[in-house]
Design a protein around this ligand. Structure first.
Ligand SMILES: N[C@@H](CCC(=O)N[C@@H](CS)C(=O)NCC(=O)O)C(=O)O
Length: 211
């Protein structure tokens, strides 16, 4: 097994946080520096032609290139502590919140970052080396979506210690990496989102936050 990772990128961070929280040792790892076009090297393109990290290659050669799927793979192998839910209801609630975070917050935050930062000029889509111009309107729409989600999440965290309830889940990890990543697009969580601030400081205090 081998994990292609990049310490500074959000999706590989979700995998590292997940492994840390479950107490699973990191597999052998290679860093692919996506800020220096490492994902487009001939060598990495042979491993993952999609040109993205994380990428997990299993011993039988199976390639997994979605961070959530990599987490699910490890969850099946190491069910405890469960981060995807312990029964049908928990599974559904966690899945619902994880999807909301990904669709209503991560993807729009990525739209902001990819469509406004100079370093992504002509590279607005991950895994594409060039020829993809930035669209300012996508960044603007992304900001609106993130703001709406932040309001809803703050309400959810008023009555729940964690996003899906009184237990830590993958939804918390997805949101935690999202908010750190969003800072790159100057998408700071507003000061009046007090419940998110409380949750963020609790998440940041966990050893997995520095994985
Ligand atoms: N849906 C994929 C997204 C993977 C992805 O976009 N990774 C980014 C780093 S967080 C990347 O590899 N970007 C390459 C690029 O910027 O060209 C996942 O969840 O793992």
């Amino acid at each position: 097994m081998k994990l292609y990772d990049f310490t500074l990128a959000p999706n590989p961070r979700r995998v590292r946080m997940f492994l840390a929280e479950k107490g699973i040792e990191m597999p052998p790892t290679e860093q692919i520096n996506t800020r220096e076009a490492g994902q487009f090297s001939a060598e990495f393109q042979k491993v993952n032609p999609r040109g993205t990290v994380p990428a997990l290659v299993l011993d039988d050669g199976t390639l997994l290139t979605e961070s959530i799927s990599i987490c699910r793979y490890f969850e099946e192998l190491h069910p405890e502590p469960s981060l995807f839910g312990r029964d049908a209801k928990e599974n559904a609630v966690i899945d619902m919140w994880n999807r909301r975070v990904e669709i209503e917050c991560y993807a729009p935050a990525a739209d902001v970052v990819r469509n406004s930062l100079e370093i992504f000029k002509d590279r607005a889509i991950p895994g594409m080396p060039n020829g993809v111009p930035q669209i300012a309107a996508l960044a603007e729409r992304g900001r609106a979506s993130v703001a709406r989600f932040v309001g809803r999440l703050d309400q959810q965290l008023a009555d729940n210690q964690f996003i899906a309830g009184d237990y830590l889940s993958i939804a918390d990890q997805t949101a935690f990496i999202t908010f750190d990543f969003a800072k790159r697009g100057e998408l700071e969580v507003p000061a009046d989102a007090k419940n998110i601030a409380r949750w963020q400081s609790e998440m940041a205090a966990r050893p997995s936050a520095s994985a």
